[in-house]
Design a protein around this ligand. Structure first.
Ligand code: ATP
Ligand code: MG
Length: 416
């Protein structure tokens, strides 16, 4: 008989389970709690959008749009893309739903995103992001609030050590145009030394040469003019307000004049939280201000600023998660006890206790399983206990055992 080949996990995807899943869930829970402290509202969006949403807002020349998107025609012939990030979809929703009336709007979301990249440690084709955005606020206070929130999140996850906030400004449109011209002149003068990729960038997106990792580009990128000489007074004042806000909130930062970020729509603030612990996948959280984005989708001029972080990369930095525990395991002995135990388990769960009972097995097997599950108590129910209306409650950490009336059980366990 022909053997049926079992299906494989698709390259670049993950089955997240066990300790890895606990770390992953801890990141998401902490994000939910921290963004709540900053009065952000949760938003949930479609996983796929019209391809134009990403092509127009992220920019055709970026790596994400030019080579990383999962794009396909659906059965009706519409061209759709699995979201490679959240910002574009949030901007689309803001326009579709007419949320201008609520501006400024502080939004948070999380979920799977998709990019066709070469899989490696910390780099997947389906990965997960947490994302925070403020739409409709042109004030530097919004940038500051997002950065302080990111800093608190990393601290509460216990991973702030070894992570630095690298900050830059890309100026306003006038600044950026002048700086861009200066960069193009500089790179043109060194054309012959640039990598092939950077020659293409020179035509399409010269700023990106600045963060090229190709060793041939580095000396030329490092010698390129800084933006500082081109900052308009307004752009300079904006950047100073952001850094003053960070200082006031006690958030440490360093200037990285080479930080440009991949996406076309950034203005003013650009930033990355970078760790020295993940090798070349060291950026754990990144973002900036994108005041031109909503216009590129055909909407009115709208300010926006936000960040995204890779959940997997944050989870990789976490300490060993606490072992999962439950309050109790119920161990019935005999058929009569088993039925009574079914009722008891339901009662305890309704009282808010985490309780489990194996579907079968003798006492020894059930006690072994209770240990493996990290249960705090075993509730042993035999014929004698049933007759007396009690259960034997064993504290698994030290083996001590007491008798507790069944009616008192929920209260006793909740206090234990
Ligand atoms: P990189 O330079 O590592 O490719 P990026 O600039 O493409 O990152 P962003 O678009 O800013 O990344 O996405 C925000 C965050 O999402 C990153 O800082 C990183 O933590 C995470 N991330 C990006 N791409 C991947 C991926 N393929 N797998 C896992 N996490 C990723
Ligand atoms: Mg990338």
């Amino acid at each position: 008989m022909a053997r049926i080949e079992t299906p494989k996990r698709v390259r670049g995807t993950q089955d997240i389970f066990g300790d890895e899943q606990r770390r992953f869930a801890h990141v998401l829970r902490t994000f939910e709690r921290v963004h709540g402290l900053y009065a952000f509202q949760r938003l949930d969006l479609p996983v796929f959008e019209d391809t134009q949403v990403f092509a127009r807002s992220i920019g055709e020349t970026t790596d994400v749009v030019s080579k990383e998107m999962y794009t396909f025609p659906d059965r009706g012939g519409d061209l759709l893309t699995l979201r490679p990030e959240f910002t574009a979809g949030i901007a689309r929703a803001y326009l579709t739903e007419g949320w201008q009336q609520y501006a400024p709007l502080k939004l948070a979301t999380s979920g799977a995103v998709f990019r066709y990249e070469r899989p490696q440690k910390g780099r997947y084709r389906q990965f997960h992001q947490i994302d925070a955005e403020i739409l409709g606020a042109a004030e530097p206070a919004a940038d500051v609030e997002l950065l302080v929130m990111a800093d608190q999140l990393l601290s509460e996850l216990g991973i702030a050590e070894g992570v630095t906030l690298q900050l830059n400004t890309l100026g306003d449109a006038e600044t950026r145009d002048a700086w861009r011209d200066a960069l193009v002149a500089h790179f043109e003068a060194h054309r012959d030394q640039l990598s092939e990729d950077s020659l293409v960038r020179l035509e399409k997106n010269p700023l990106r040469i600045l963060d090229s990792k190709d060793p041939r580009d580095r000396p030329i990128a490092d010698a390129a003019p800084d933006i500082d000489a081109y900052l308009t007074p307004e752009a300079r004042a904006f950047f100073e307000a952001v850094t003053a806000g960070l200082d006031a909130a006690g958030v440490a930062w360093t200037r990285n004049a080479r930080l440009v970020r991949g996406l076309d729509y950034y203005r003013h603030t650009a930033f990355e939280f970078v760790t020295d612990r993940l090798g070349s996948q060291g950026t754990v959280l990144a973002g900036g201000r994108y005041d031109g984005l909503i216009e590129s989708l055909g909407g009115p001029a709208t300010a926006g600023v936000g960040w995204a972080a890779g959940v997997e990369r944050l989870a990789m930095l976490l300490d060993e998660p606490a072992r999962q525990t439950i309050d109790a395991v119920v161990v019935p002995m005999g058929a009569a006890a088993e039925l009574r135990a079914t009722g008891l388990v339901a009662e305890l769960r309704r009282a808010g206790l985490s309780v489990d009972m194996a579907y079968k097995g003798n006492m020894k097997r059930r006690m072994q399983k209770a240990d493996a599950q990290g249960a705090r108590h075993a509730i042993i129910l035999g014929d004698d206990e049933l007759a007396a209306g009690v259960a034997a409650v064993k504290v698994l950490a030290d083996g001590t055992q007491t008798q507790v009336a069944l009616a008192e059980l929920a209260g006793a366990l909740a206090r234990a």
